[in-house]
Design a binder for this molecule. Structure first.
Ligand code: SAH
Length: 506
C-alpha cells in the first residue's frame, strides 16, 4: 500500500478563466500544490488554497522553477510526499504542451495521475476572433502546426506538404518566427493572396486580430506591435471573420480594470469584468482580518437578544459577526426578535447564508441614507452596530442624535497591505491598466500610499480612476487623485456600470 498522492495534469484553457473545465476546477479545489506555467492565467489561482509555484522553461525567470527535468522531479517528489498536485498548463496539457512527457515521467515513477483536457489556444482563438476553421464552404480539415521554438527540429517540418494541406492551417509559435514561416510557405507554393490572420492574447481583454493576405501578413503584424502569445491562421475562413466576430464587441473589450477589493471579496467584480469583455487585475489595498481576539465579540453574542436593532454596514461585518456566532455553536435563534438593518443589497444578501433577511435597506447605499431610514425607529431603542476597526463615523452621531442607545462593536479589522505585488506595481508604472475602481475612501488612501512615484504619475493620466460614491470621490480629490467616473448606485456593480458608461462616450 503506498501513501503516494496523485498528480492531475490540468489544461487551464487559453486565458479567459471561464474556459477552465469543471473537472479542472474540482482539481484546483482539492490541490495541496499547484505548479502553473507562464501561459495559465494566474486569476485561476483564486480557486485554490494550495501552495502555488510558477514554472518556466527559461531557467532565469525570477522566482520560477525551470527546466522540464526539475518540473518532473518536483511533481514526483510532491506526490511521493502524499500531496495532491495540480500541474496547471495553458491551453490543453498535451497540445504542444509537453504534458505527455510529464505523464511519462510520472508513470515511470509509479505515481498515479489523471489528465484533464483544456481548451487549446487555437480553438479558443478561432472562436473568440470569429474564425470557423472547418466552415463547410471552405475547409474540411484543419491542421495544428508548431513552427518549432527549437530550430534544429524545424528541418523536420515539410513545408511543401503543409502548403498542399487541403484545409485551414493553424500555427502555434512565437511572433518572431512569423517572417520565416511566411517565407517557407510561399517558397513551398502557397499563394501570397491566401487569406491569413494573427490572433494575439486570445480570449484576454488585450486580444488583437490582424488580418492580411499571407504575402503581407508579416508587414501588417510589424506595424501593429502585437504582444505574445499569438496564433497564426492561414485559410479561407479568415474572410468570414467580420460576420461572426463577437468578443471584440463587448463593452469593456481591450480594457484592464484594477479591482481594489480584498481578494476574498473580489469574485463578483471579477466575474462581471470578464462578462463585459474586460480583464480584471487584482489590486487589493487592504486585507480583511478577524479581530485580534474574540472576547468582546463573544461577550456581545451572549447578550444579543437585549438589542432592538442590529446594524450592518458591510458584507464583512455580517460574515465576521454571524460567522463567529455559528463557530461558537450558536445560530440565528440567538438573535431573538432583534431587527436587522443592512446598508445595501450586497450586505443584505450576505445575511441570507445565515438564514436571515434584513428588515431595512436604505434607498441610497451609504451611511447618511441608512441613518435617515433608521431615525424614526430608534428613539429610546437599543442599537448595536457591528463595524470595522476603522471607517466613517457618521452613523453613531446621527443615531445618538435620534435618541438611540447605541453600542458599537468591532467585528473585523481593515488592514492596509504593506505593498502591491511586484507584478502589479510594474504594470501600473507602465500604465498598462485602463481603470482602477475605488471601492471606498480608505481604498483611495491606500492606493495613494502604495503607488511609487512612477505609478502615481500614471493615475488620472493613462490609468483612469472610477469611484464608488461621492464620499470616495471627495477623499480621492483631497489626495490629489482625479476621478474620471463616479457610480450612481453606490455598489461595485454601480461602479463597473460607471466605467462602461465612461467608455461608451469616448
Ligand atoms: N498547450 C497550449 C500550447 C502551448 S505552446 C495550448 O494547448 O494552447 C505555446 C503557444 O501557444 C504560444 O506560442 C502561442 O502560439 C499559443 N498560445 C497559447 N495561449 C495563447 C493565447 N491566449 N493566444 C494566442 N496564442 C496562444
Amino acid at each position: 500500500m503506498t501513501s503516494n498522492g496523485k498528480v492531475y495534469l490540468v489544461g487551464a484553457g487559453p486565458g479567459d478563466p471561464g474556459l477552465l473545465t469543471m473537472k479542472g476546477l474540482r482539481c484546483l479545489h482539492a490541490a495541496d500544490l499547484v505548479l502553473y506555467d507562464g501561459l495559465a492565467n494566474p486569476l485561476l489561482l483564486r480557486f485554490t488554497s494550495a501552495e502555488t509555484e510558477r514554472t518556466s522553461r527559461i531557467k532565469s525567470q525570477a522566482g520560477a522553477i525551470g527546466g522540464q527535468e526539475e518540473i518532473n522531479r518536483r511533481l514526483i517528489e510532491a506526490a511521493q510526499a502524499g500531496k495532491t498536485v495540480v500541474r496547471l498548463k495553458g491551453g490543453d496539457p498535451y497540445i504542444f504542451g509537453r504534458g505527455s512527457e510529464e505523464a511519462a515521467a510520472l508513470a515511470a515513477a509509479g505515481i498515479d495521475f489523471e489528465v484533464v483536457p483544456g481548451v487549446t489556444a487555437a480553438v479558443a482563438a478561432g472562436e473568440y476572433a470569429g474564425l470557423s476553421f472547418t466552415h463547410r464552404d471552405y475547409a474540411s480539415a484543419v491542421a495544428f502546426v508548431t513552427a518549432h521554438e527549437d530550430p534544429t527540429k524545424d528541418a523536420s517540418l515539410d513545408y511543401e506538404a503543409i502548403a498542399r494541406f487541403p484545409g485551414t492551417l493553424v500555427f502555434y509559435m512565437g511572433l518572431q518566427r512569423l517572417d520565416a514561416l511566411v517565407k517557407s510557405l510561399l517558397r513551398a507554393g502557397k499563394s501570397a493572396s491566401t487569406p491569413a490572420c494573427i490572433v494575439s492574447c486570445a480570449t484576454y481583454a488585450g486580444q488583437q486580430t490582424i488580418a492580411a493576405p499571407l504575402g503581407q501578413l508579416a508587414d501588417a503584424v510589424r506595424a501593429a506591435a502585437l504582444h505574445p502569445p499569438s496564433i497564426s491562421v492561414v485559410g479561407e475562413c479568415v474572410t468570414r471573420r467580420e460576420a461572426i466576430a463577437w468578443f471584440e464587441k463587448r463593452p469593456l473589450f481591450g480594457r484592464r480594470i484594477g479591482i481594489t477589493r480584498p481578494v476574498a471579496q473580489a469574485a463578483s467584480a471579477i466575474e462581471r469584468v470578464l462578462e463585459l469583455g474586460g480583464e480584471p487585475i487584482l489590486l487589493p489595498t487592504i486585507e480583511i482580518l478577524p479581530p485580534k481576539d474574540w472576547r468582546a465579540v463573544d461577550a456581545m453574542l451572549a447578550r444579543l437578544c437585549e438589542f432592538d436593532w442590529l446594524v450592518f454596514t458591510s458584507v464583512n461585518g455580517v460574515e465576521s459577526f454571524l460567522g463567529r456566532l455559528w463557530d461558537i455553536g450558536g445560530d440565528a435563534r440567538k438573535l431573538g426578535t432583534v431587527q436587522i438593518a443592512a446598508i445595501g443589497p450586497a450586505t443584505g444578501r450576505s445575511l441570507r447564508q445565515f438564514g436571515l433577511r434584513p428588515d431595512l435597506v436604505p434607498p441610497a447605499y451609504r451611511a447618511e441614507s441608512l441613518a435617515d431610514e433608521l431615525r424614526p425607529h430608534v428613539s429610546g431603542r437599543r442599537v448595536l452596530w457591528a463595524r470595522a476597526d476603522r471607517g466613517r463615523d457618521v452613523l453613531p452621531a446621527e443615531l445618538i442624535k435620534a435618541g438611540a442607545s447605541l453600542e458599537t462593536l468591532v467585528v473585523y479589522r481593515n488592514v492596509d497591505l504593506a505593498a502591491f505585488s511586484k507584478i502589479e506595481l510594474d504594470r501600473l508604472e507602465r500604465g498598462e491598466l485602463d481603470w482602477i475602481a475605488l471601492g471606498s475612501p480608505s481604498i483611495a488612501e491606500s492606493l495613494a500610499k502604495l503607488c511609487s512615484d512612477a505609478a502615481r504619475r500614471q493615475l488620472g493620466q493613462r490609468v483612469r480612476l472610477a469611484s464608488i460614491s461621492p464620499v470616495t470621490t471627495a477623499r480621492a480629490k483631497e489626495l490629489g487623485l482625479a476621478v474620471a467616473a463616479q457610480a450612481t448606485e453606490y455598489t461595485w456593480d454601480g461602479l463597473l456600470d460607471a466605467i462602461v458608461e465612461a467608455e461608451a462616450v469616448k
